[in-house]
Design a protein around this ligand. Sequence first.
Ligand code: ATP
Length: 373
Amino acid sequence: MQNFTIATIPGDGIGKDIIKSAIELVDLSSEIIGGFKCEWEMIDAGAEYYSKNGTDVEPQGEDRINEADSIFLGAIGLPSVRYEDGTEICPHLRFREMFSLYAGVRPVKAYPNITNRLSNKLSSKIDLVILRESTEGLFYTAAVHNRCPVDNNDEVQDIMRITRNTTEKLHDFAFKLARQRKKKGKLGKVTCVDKANVFRSQAFFRKIFDERKTNFQDIQSDHCYVDAMALNLIRNPWEYDVMVMENMFGDILSDLGGGLVGGMGMASCAEIGDNHGLFQPAHGSAPDIMGQDKANPLATILSSTLMLDYLADKNNCSNAAKSSKLIETAIEVGFQKNKLRPMEFGGDMGTQAITKELMDLLKDTNVQKEALN
Ligand code: ATP
């Protein structure tokens, strides 16, 4: 039996409910598959914790996170709770920096029976990944407060930081991801999304992409300026596979991607570095619907499948990969048979109803056969 310690931060708002759903499903699927188990080590952090204790993570929390096999997070932040400089509580941005989580993986996949935002029938084939660099780019000054102090009232600057070290690793990650996806029958192509015609930092980003692609001759590649990509994501998103870009461009295009396939409640996310992986939904704590059983837990559940794939790869644990596949298949079948109807898309199912339906689907031997054959 392989045991994995998961540093688990429920956080704020809907975070506590959606993380509970995902834990129940991962536990059930690991029981069904066997051979491994996740130990959920709870860590208090976030805005609510800050408002009571004056710090955003419990004592020794960061050390425990550092030692865990992976980090699993619900959602952090409440608009009413702020640091002294007026910004929202965001220890997770600090974790990206502390643990060098440079590769932000944001899948955008269409599921059947979710209201389609695009009229073209091909939009049912949308299945791409936005790979967002997550430690530098235009977020470099935002991730750590006061890195670029405001010293007068007339002008403020932020910095677009692109380093060779991180960018080489990011592009390699993109090509390896495309290779894995190609093995699963997907397109297997990487598009470098940049603004290389205007910014020197972006020309540098593209130059490194062109250098690294020579090591991945089996994978198709192309470039696209970020403004054109905003257009293409509406016009022909089904023609893309892995898209790699700097932090701020990825921040914006991944919300657009979430919108294309339903809403933020479907937007999963993995943040991966050389030694750590953090998994969380791409949405926030949604305080407008907290405590009402209205939140869609699927983004968090899909993030848990990314975590299982990560644990499988890192620890050579094929059962964790099977467990991930089982949950993904249950979601796919659930939408196909119209058994998953999140309130987020006008349906009648809240967090608990969706979780219960997915538990039943996981136990269904036909779903198990489809997932594991
Ligand atoms: P952040 O900046 O922390 O990402 P945000 O202010 O952009 O947060 P979210 O918390 O992501 O906002 O919420 C944006 C909108 O999407 C809200 O109306 C919220 O209710 C809705 N929303 C977000 N997540 C979900 C979810 N899982 N289920 C249903 N609705 C959601």
